[in-house]
Design a protein around this ligand. Sequence first.
Ligand SMILES: [Zn+2]
Length: 101
Amino acid sequence: MKLKKGDNVLIISGKDKGRTAKILKSLVKEKMILVEGINMKRKHVKPKKEGEKGQVVPVPAPMQISNVKLVCPKCGKATRVGYKIENGKKNRICKKCQSQI
Ligand SMILES: [Zn+2]
C-alpha cells in the first residue's frame, strides 16, 4: 500500500476530480481508501432509543486507490510514490522532488 492514513491526495477521477483531501483510512486488503469529504454517500442511522428518529448522515464511501494521486508534502505537487532502500529500510519518496515522504 503506497498511501496511508493522513496523506493528502488529489482526486483524479469521478465527481470530486481536482479536489485535494486527507485520507481518513486505508483498507489495505481491498486496496481502497476513505478520503475526507470525498465520495460522500448518505448513510441511514437507525434510532438508538425508542421514540428517536432515524437520521441520514453523510459518510465517505471507500474509493479505488487508483483514483487518487499523492500530494507531496515537500514540493506540493501531485506525484507518484517511489521507494528507496537505505540501510535496509524502505523509505517512501516523491518521484518529483526525490524527498523522503
Ligand atoms: Zn515532492
